[in-house]
Design a protein around this ligand. Structure first.
Ligand code: NOJ
Length: 737
C-alpha cells in the first residue's frame, strides 16, 4: 500500500528556518568553522552534526567533557559569531512564492527553529520575512528533535497537530515533526511524507490541493511503459525505469502519470491483452516495482493512474481458457459466443481493427467468439452481471492499492448490439476518416459494434467506485464529434475523456482552429491531447521538422488555457516526430495487417541521451531506436533555454503560477483581437496563437504577456505589454488583473 499525503486536509504550515525558509547555509558554515578552530574541533565533523540541531546540543556532542556552564558559553559564542555575519542571509529560493501562496490561501504558518530568539529575528529580518508566529529555542525546554516546538506552534495557531505540515531540511527537524504526529515535507532529498525539490513546488502543491477535484486542469503525461525507461538492460521498459525518471517528469511540471498496462500479459498487443488483472507482469518489474513507483510519485505529490483494459482479456486469461474448453463452464458467458453462420462462416460482418473478421472459430466447442482486436484478445460480455461485478472488484483492488484512477481503454466499445446485427457498408467510394484501423474497417458504418448507448451505465457504475477513492477516470473514446463525446462526460459518467481531434488530424490551420472551438464549446471536461502510442506523432502529422514542432507547441499554448486536463505523450516534450522503423523490424499487430498504419513509429524508445540505447536501455531495445538525432534527446535539450523541452517546461511553469487564476473559472470564450490570430480568454487570462504560416503585425496585447514561445525572457515576473508582432506559430499567454 502506498500512502498519499492529503494536502487538502492541511490547515497550517510549520516551517523550519535555516536551510528551509532562509538561505543561511554559508553564514552558518562560516560561523561553525571559526568556532571549531577556536575550540580545537575538526570543522568537517561539526558541520555534519550541527545542521538542524540547537547549538548547545551540537557542542555537547562534540565536547562531552564540558560542564553545563561551559556548554552554554560555547553555544553563545557560536551564536555571537552568527549575529556578526548576516551578510548573505536571504530568503530561500521559492520562499516568497510560498509565503504569497499561503497568504492567498489564508493558510496560517509559523517558523519553528533551533536558533535562539535573537538570532532567529535577525536572520528573518535579513531575509525580509516576518512570521506571524515564531518559536525558537528560547520558547521550549528542548530543541529538535524534541517535538515541543512544533506542538507549541500548533497550539498557538489553534490547529490540530495532524493538520499541520512540517517543512524541514534536516533529520532532527523531520524527527521532531514526526514525533509531534505531523505530516512532513522534506527538502534536500530527505525522506518525508512529501519530498520537495524546493519551496516553489510546495506552493504549487498546496495551491493545487485547494482546486477540487484534484484532476481539474491537471497536467498529465502518458508513459508508454515498454518504451520509456529500462532499468534491467533487457531492452524493454519497466516500472523501476519510470521511478528513475520521475525527476524529469517533476521538472517538466507533470501532475498525473498514466501508465499503459502493467498487468501480467503474453504481450501480443504489448500489454493490452491481460492474462491476470491482479498481477504486475514480471517483465515490468512485478508488484514491488509498482509499489516503489507509487510511493515515490506520491512523495513528490504526483498521481499515477493505470489503464483499465476491460473490453477484452488475453486468450491466456484463465476465464477464457476455461470458457473456450467447455461450453458449460461458468465463465463461458464472460465472453461472446455464437454459432457459425449457415455457410459455416462468422456469425456477422464485424471486422477486427487489426485485420480480418472480428470472429474466430473455436473447434473445442464448435462456436465463434468475438474479438474487436486480435484473436488473442477475446471481447468480454458486458451484458453479464457476474462479469461486471468481477471488474468492479478489480477496480476497487487497484484503487485500494494506491492507483489514483484509470485511463479506460476503448471505453466506448464495451457494449455491443444485443442482436449482433451486421454493420451497414458505407456507400461505395466512401471511407471513414478513422486511423489506427484497417482500410476494410473504414468501409463500414460501425452502427452496431461500437459506441452503443449502454456503455454510459457501466461508466456511471465505475464513477461511484472512483469517487469513493477520490480517483480519476478518463476515457479513451474515439468519438471525434465533440458534442457526441461530451455525452460520455455528462453528469456522473466519466470524469473526463480524451478528445482525439488533434490526434487524428494532419495540419490544416483553419480546420484545426474550427475543431478546437467546437471542442471548447462542447464541454469543459475534455482531456486535451495531441498524440499517443496508437497514432503517428503530432510533429510528423503537422508537417515535421521545425515547422511541425512549432505548430505542436502553439497548440500546446492554447491547450494550456483551455478547461480540462492537459496531456503530453512521452517524447512530445522533446518535439519528437515519428521514429524510423524499417520494414520488417516492427512489432505492431496492426502494422502487420496495414503497414502504413503501423503504430511502431510512435513507440520507439524515449531518447534520454545520445549514444547506443539512447539512455533508454543498456541492452538492445525491443523496437529500433527510431534513428533519433542527438538534439532530440533530453540530455541535449535540458541545458538549452530555447529547446523544445525548456519552452514547454516554461509554458507549464507559467501555467502553474496561474493555477489560481485558471481555477477561478471554466468559462472560456474565443475572442477577436486586433490581428488575425486564434485567441481564447478565460477570466483574466488569454492564450493567443498565430497558427498560420505568415507573420502577424501590430497585435495590441489586451493584457501583459507572461509567456512567449519565442522569448524565454517573457515571464510573469517580467511581462511584456503594448504591441506584438507574432511570427508564424508563435504563441503567447497573457495575464491581466
Ligand atoms: C487502445 C489501445 O490504446 C491500443 O494500443 C490497443 O491496441 C487497443 N485499445 C486494444 O486494447
Amino acid at each position: 500500500m502506498t500512502r498519499r499525503t492529503d494536502l487538502a486536509a492541511i490547515e497550517a504550515i510549520l516551517l523550519d528556518m535555516d536551510g528551509t525558509l532562509v538561505d543561511s547555509d554559508a553564514s552558518v558554515e562560516r560561523a561553525w568553522s571559526i568556532w571549531a578552530k577556536e575550540y580545537g574541533v575538526d570543522p568537517g565533523a561539526v558541520l555534519d552534526i550541527a545542521h538542524g540541531s540547537p547549538a548547545a546540543r551540537t557542542v555537547r556532542r562534540l565536547l562531552p567533557a564540558l560542564d553545563d556552564e561551559a556548554v552554554m558559553a560555547a553555544a553563545q559564542r557560536q551564536h555571537a559569531l552568527q549575529y556578526e555575519d548576516l551578510a548573505d542571509v536571504t530568503a530561500a529560493p521559492g520562499a516568497r512564492l510560498l509565503l504569497a501562496t499561503l497568504d492567498r490561501l489564508q493558510l496560517p504558518w509559523a517558523v519553528v527553529t533551533s536558533a535562539d530568539g535573537r538570532l532567529a529575528k535577525a536572520r528573518l529580518h535579513a531575509a525580509g520575512i516576518d512570521p506571524p508566529v515564531l518559536l525558537t529555542i528560547d520558547d521550549v525546554r528542548a530543541g529538535k528533535p524534541d517535538p515541543e516546538g512544533y506542538l507549541e506552534a500548533a497550539r498557538r495557531l489553534r490547529v490540530a497537530p495532524s493538520a499541520c505540515l512540517v517543512v524541514e531540511d534536516s533529520e532532527p527537524g523531520l524527527a521532531a515533526g514526526r514525533a509531534a504526529g505531523m505530516p512532513t515535507a522534506a527538502l534536500r532529498g530527505l525522506d518525508g511524507d512529501l519530498s520537495l525539490p524546493g519551496l516553489g513546488r510546495l506552493a504549487h502543491l498546496l495551491q493545487r490541493s485547494r482546486v477540487r477535484p484534484w484532476w481539474r486542469d491537471a497536467v498529465g503525461y502518458q508513459v508508454y511503459l515498454p518504451s520509456f525507461a529500462d532499468s534491467t538492460g533487457d531492452g524493454w521498459g519497466d516500472l523501476t525505469g519510470v521511478s528513475a525518471r520521475l525527476d524529469h517528469l517533476e521538472r517538466l511540471g507533470v501532475e498525473v502519470v498514466w501508465l499503459t498496462p502493467f498487468y501480467r500479459s503474453p504481450m501480443r498487443d504489448h500489454g493490452y491483452d491481460i492474462a491476470d488483472y491482479r498481477a504486475v507482469d514480471p517483465s515490468f518489474g512485478g508488484q514491488a516495482a509498482l509499489d516503489g513507483l507509487l510511493a515515490q510519485a506520491h512523495r513528490r505529490g504526483m498521481r499515477v493512474i493505470g489503464d483499465l483494459v476491460v473490453n477484452h482479456t488475453s486468450d491466456a486469461h484463465p476465464w477464457f481458457v476455461a470458457a473456450s474448453a467447455c461450453a458449460a463452464d461458468p465463465h463461458r458467458d464472460y465472453y461472446i459466443w455464437r454459432d457459425p453462420a449457415p455457410d459455416g462462416g462468422p456469425p456477422n460482418n464485424w471486422l477486427s481493427h487489426f485485420g480480418g473478421p472480428a470472429w474466430t472459430f473455436s473447434p473445442a466447442t464448435g462456436q465463434y467468439y468475438l474479438h474487436l482486436f486480435r484473436p488473442e484478445q477475446p471481447d468480454l460480455n458486458w451484458r453479464n452481471p457476474a462479469l461486471a461485478a468481477e471488474i468492479d472488484a478489480i477496480a476497487e483492488y487497484w484503487l485500494s492499492r494506491g492507483l489514483d484512477g484509470f485511463r479506460i481503454d476503448t471505453a466506448g466499445y464495451l457494449v455491443k448490439d444485443a442482436g449482433l446485427r451486421d454493420n451497414p457498408p458505407l456507400p461505395a467510394g466512401r471511407i471513414l476518416p478513422a486511423r489506427g484501423v484497417t482500410m476494410d474497417w473504414r468501409r463500414q458504418e460501425h452502427r452496431h459494434d461500437i459506441h452503443q448507448p449502454g456503455v454510459h451505465a457501466i461508466h456511471e457504475r465505475w464513477r461511484r467506485i472512483a469517487d469513493r477513492h477520490d480517483a480519476f477516470l478518463v476515457g479513451e473514446v474515439y468519438e471525434l464529434d465533440p458534442r457526441a463525446l461530451a455525452r460520455f462526460v455528462e453528469g456522473e459518467r466519466l470524469h473526463s475523456s480524451f478528445w482525439f481531434g488533434l490526434v487524428e488530424t494532419d495540419w490544416d490551420a483553419d480546420r484545426i482552429d474550427t475543431m478546437i472551438e467546437s471542442a471548447v464549446l462542447a464541454s469543459p471536461r475534455l482531456s486535451w491531447v495531441q498524440g499517443n502510442h496508437d497514432r503517428s506523432r503530432a510533429v510528423t502529422r503537422f508537417g515535421g521538422g521545425l515547422r511541425g514542432r512549432r505548430r505542436s507547441l502553439a497548440l500546446h499554448a492554447l491547450m494550456a488555457l483551455l478547461p480540462g486536463t492537459f496531456w503530453l505523450y512521452q517524447g512530445e516534450e522533446l518535439g519528437l516526430g515519428d521514429g524510423r522503423v524499417s520494414p520488417g523490424h516492427g512489432a505492431d499487430p496492426l502494422g502487420a495487417a496495414q503497414p502504413e498504419e503501423s503504430r511502431d513509429v510512435a513507440r520507439t524508445p524515449m531518447p534520454w541521451r545520445p549514444g547506443p540505447g539512447l539512455g533508454f536501455t543498456t541492452g538492445h531495445p525491443w523496437l529500433p531506436d527510431g534513428a533519433r538525432g542527438d538534439g532530440e534527446t533530453v540530455a541535449a535539450q535540458q541545458d538549452d533555454p530555447t529547446s523544445h523541452l525548456n519552452t514547454l517546461g516554461r509554458l507549464l511553469a507559467t501555467r502553474r503560477r496561474l493555477t489560481h487564476v485558471l481555477a477561478a473559472t471554466d468559462d472560456v470564450r474565443r475572442v477577436r483581437l486586433t490581428a488575425p490570430v486564434t485567441a481564447y480568454r478565460r477570466g483574466a487570462l488569454w492564450a493567443v496563437a498565430n497558427l498560420r504560416d505568415t507573420p502577424v503585425a501590430d497585435l495590441h496585447l489586451p493584457a501583459p504577456a507572461v509567456f512567449d514561445t519565442d522569448d524565454p525572457g517573457v515571464t510573469p515576473d517580467r511581462p511584456r505589454t503594448g504591441y506584438a508582432r507574432l511570427a508564424p506559430q508563435q504563441a503567447l499567454l497573457l495575464a491581466g488583473e
